[in-house]
Design a protein around this ligand. Structure first.
Ligand code: ZN
Ligand code: FE
Length: 256
């Protein structure tokens, strides 16, 4: 089994999960780079997984489906116009002989889902779309801060060795913000140095892992004293879990 981040647009990754000559793609915003990767890998596309409705995640679904005949699996509550099998939290399916669980992670969009593979030959794997990024989280466009915090808690509770396949290469800018929040977090500083080197070498910083994100990602650490204190210095009105998380997210929105 292989996990291949196929780059698209300026900073998207369309994840190709390959087992032998069969493949699954997650969030194909564009068909062309996926078709190219499939032919390079000599793989046949069996399924297309969608996490949420944004164009950079669904733009290539119909062309890919037409070209390959793959099944399309997508969230039930995202108002998608293309034909698909509808999924929501708690659903389980089997793809390429491996069990996949669907998790509801509302916040970035109202019906956003994630796909969790509890046991693959590579260990547990998570495809989380625009909910969790390395060092950050998605913007709250449709949900509430309380929902996004709940989604962070759900993902943080997955096993530490879960490989986290995020949909964008946002790591360096996320870590710049994370360092402003927790300038003394040694694990964060070390990870930032490693990611700078990976990007300079032209390599993706992903997949990350849940265990690593728990150490470096302020959005998974919003109840840590160091994070709460930094947020309250920035926004003295933040006082409980949800308002601290909301203030942290809006601080990031305006961070340059
Ligand atoms: Zn999105
Ligand atoms: Fe996106």
């Amino acid at each position: 089994m292989k996990l291949l981040p196929v780059p698209a647009f300026s900073d998207n990754y369309l994840w190709l999960w390959q087992s032998g000559t069969d493949a699954v793609v997650v969030d194909p915003g564009d068909a062309e780079p996926v078709l190219k990767a499939l032919s390079q890998q000599k793989a046949t596309l069996r399924a297309i997984l969608v996490t949420h409705h944004h164009a950079d995640h669904v733009g290539g679904v119909q062309d890919l489906q037409a070209a390959t005949g793959a099944r399309v699996l997508a969230p039930a509550a995202e108002g998608l116009s293309f034909p698909h099998e509808s999924l929501s939290g708690g659903d389980t399916l089997e793809l390429l002989g491996i069990k996949v669980q669907v998790i509801d992670v509302p916040g970035h969009t109202a019906g956003h889902i994630a796909y969790w593979i509890p046991a693959s030959p590579l260990g547990p794997v998570l495809f989380c779309g625009d909910t969790l990024f390395s060092g950050g989280c998605g913007r709250i466009f449709e949900g509430t801060p309380a929902q996004m915090l709940q989604s962070m808690d759900t993902l943080a509770a997955l096993p530490a060795d879960t490989l986290v396949c995020c949909a964008h290469e946002y790591t360096l800018s996320n870590l710049a913000f994370a360092k402003a929040v927790e300038p003394d977090n040694a694990a964060l500083l070390q990870y930032d140095t490693a990611c700078q080197a990976m990007r300079q070498a032209g390599r993706p910083t992903l997949p990350s892992s849940i265990g690593l994100e728990r150490l470096v990602n302020p959005f998974l650490r919003s109840r840590e004293h160091s994070v709460v204190e930094a947020v309250q210095r920035h926004d003295p009105a933040a006082h409980d879990d949800v308002s601290v998380f909301a203030a942290l997210r809006s601080w990031k929105n305006n961070f340059k």
